[in-house]
Ligand binder design. Structure first.
Ligand code: ATP
Ligand code: MG
Length: 564
């Protein structure tokens, strides 16, 4: 289990503190994380996972993983497995408490019979459209269904018939009998069960052709599991009276307390499974784990660490007010982690060849290089130096203003971990493009500048003969608008996708040690950012490195450019 710093308090922890003070639930804390297996988890789910599992850890309680699988036509086993994998990867464990709402189908059915017997539920033959019109509006009360006064016996027979498969989809539903005039629309005789034939449920197969609704299933599942604090997002606030009504009217062993908190919204992306599914299904991204996706799988492939995501969740906190979190908050969490922990390496993204004419042909020196500028515990490695090297083409200008601290024609620069070189000659193709530099090196400059010599600029490099060819993928935000949902209304958010969210560099080179890089390890490519190996190679067998994040926050600057 994760061993992070103590988590900041929040209003939910204060409620729990007060409950324990009053010895409510015998001082016990039991939470659950209840995803619907209809997509992969995203960063919003991480907020809920960190909250639910974090509270359980800190109060010596338990947190269950429960799949809310009552909508089987949108669900599948791939999602069930991916979700478990992601929760574990984030650093949390449900031990032997993996549950499915479908585990309770028989109980749920029996509780429905109990409601029927108490005259608190009835079978209704109105169609979906009629139910909607009968329900009324916010300003007008609803109208009673003509089937509302069916006898207990008739209701029981019809409900048993629904279960037995005697009626077609949509022919009948079971409804709670609450109050058609309630100012809360959720209490105007909500549907509890509907008929769904022809579904092969990933857990229960073809056993059932009636499926319980979320609002009915959730409180009962919570109660059967002995949940004490049922934490959910704000949109369920209006459903709480129904949650309580269900628990007050069936013989469940306890009455959990529902507490709502605000969802996480993150700028320049979307956190809705429906929209993320659409991006995947319609090919706007390469899959659920595309490194541009705000999914846990995407963030992992992008190079985020579990600790950085947990840290992000602590920083944003838990409140009841809706707001948008800046992407910079997420990025600084991973940047701080990698700055501390990622070994340094050299890789040249846009190669420009240099021949060091006074360096002996065939000679190779293995020069020592520190893996971290401050943390010696990360050790050292050697990098091969030879007569032909690549530097980044952006580190050379034929002419440049004084403040350009890199290489210019006739000027000097230090090669990181190696010597000072001087550019003697610039070779161009017939179109005037620079294709190569001729340089000379000063053998007395290894490690330090000789007395009186001022060479300020330091650039990275790799040896041509030893470097490994790599592909590099540079990512930018997925959308060009901070709130793609609101900008153009439902459905149109895809027009706001950023066409430049992925830039691929197919001709880059890394120092030879990166040939044995492993998936899940992160590196700082000096001066270029933090990178990790992608699990999939290119078609021609090249290693691919994803940039997780740049070295510094470039968003603030971009923001100004966009505004200006
Ligand atoms: P989506 O709209 O993406 O489908 P959901 O709420 O329907 O989200 P569930 O699988 O039902 O997805 O969510 C599981 C749990 O995660 C719920 O308790 C839900 O409240 C929480 N959750 C989902 N999205 C967020 C979010 N953006 N911020 C915080 N918690 C979230
Ligand atoms: Mg949901």
């Amino acid at each position: 289990m994760s061993s992070d710093h103590p988590q900041p308090s929040n209003f939910i922890r204060q409620i729990i503190d007060a409950d324990r003070e009053a010895n409510k639930n015998n001082g016990k804390v039991a939470t659950r994380f209840p995803p619907e297996p209809n997509g992969y988890l995203h960063i919003g789910h991480a907020k809920s996972i960190v909250l639910n599992f974090g509270v359980a850890n800190d109060y010596d309680g338990t947190c269950n993983l429960r799949f809310d699988d009552t909508n089987p036509h949108k669900e599948n086993i791939e999602y069930v497995e991916a979700i478990q994998n992601d929760v574990h990867w984030l650093g949390y464990d449900w031990q032997d408490r993996l549950f499915f709402a479908s585990d309770y189908f028989e109980h749920l059915y029996n509780f429905a019979i109990e409601l029927i017997e108490k005259q608190k539920a009835y079978v209704c033959d109105l169609g979906a459209e009629e139910i909607r019109t009968y329900r009324g509006t916010l300003t007008e009360p609803g109208k009673a269904s003509p089937f509302r006064e069916r006898t207990v016996e008739e209701n029981r027979q019809l409900f048993e018939g629904m279960r037995a498969g005697e009626f077609a989809d949509g022919a009948r539903v079971l409804r709670a009998k609450i109050d058609m005039a309630s100012p809360n629309m959720n209490l105007r005789d909500p549907t509890l069960y509907r008929i769904r034939h022809g579904i092969v449920h990933h857990q229960t197969g073809e056993e059932w052709c009636i499926y319980p609704m979320y609002d009915y299933t959730h409180p009962i599942s919570d109660a059967l599991e002995g949940i004490t604090h049922s934490l959910c997002t704000l949109e369920f606030e209006d459903h709480r009276p129904l949650y309580d009504w269900i628990l007050d009217n069936v013989s469940v062993p306890c009455h959990p307390q529902q507490i709502e908190f605000s969802r996480l919204n993150l700028e320049y992306t979307v956190v809705s499974k429906r929209k993320l599914t659409e991006l995947v299904d319609q090919g706007f991204v390469e899959g659920w784990d595309d490194p541009r996706m705000p999914t846990i799988a995407g963030l992992r492939r992008r190079g985020f660490t579990p600790a950085s995501i947990r840290e992000f969740c602590y920083r944003i906190g838990v409140t009841k007010s809706d707001n948008f979190v800046e992407m910079g908050v997420l990025e600084s969490a991973i940047r701080e982690d990698l700055n501390e922990n990622a070994p340094r390496r050299m890789a040249v993204l846009h190669p420009l060849k240099i021949v060091i004419e006074n360096y002996p042909e065939g000679q190779v020196e293995d020069l020592p290089a520190a893996n971290h500028p401050q943390d010696e515990s990360l050790g050292t490695r050697t990098v091969p130096f030879a007569r032909e090297i690549y530097i980044d083409e952006n580190d050379f200008r034929e002419e440049a203003p004084k403040k350009f601290k890199r290489l210019i024609a006739g000027g000097e620069v230090r090669l990181r971990n190696a010597y000072v070189i001087r550019c003697d000659d610039v070779i161009k193709d017939p179109h005037g493009n620079i294709i190569e530099l001729r340089c000379s090196y000063d053998p007395d400059t290894l490690g330090a500048n000789p007395e009186g010599r001022k060479v300020k600029g330091v650039i990275h490099w790799v040896s041509v003969a030893h470097a490994v060819p790599i592909e590099v993928r540079l990512y930018d935000r997925l959308f060009v608008h901070p709130n793609p949902d609101a900008a153009k209304g439902e459905g149109d958010y895809k027009e706001l996708l950023n066409p430049d969210s992925l830039r691929t560099l197919t001709y880059s080179f890394a120092e030879p040690g990166l040939a044995t890089a492993e998936i899940g390890e992160s590196y700082q490519f000096e001066r270029e950012g933090y990178f990790c190996l992608d699990p999939v190679k290119t078609a021609d067998g090249k290693a691919v490195f994803n940039r997780t994040v740049t070295l510094r926050d470039t968003w603030a600057k971009l923001e100004q450019q966009h505004a200006g």
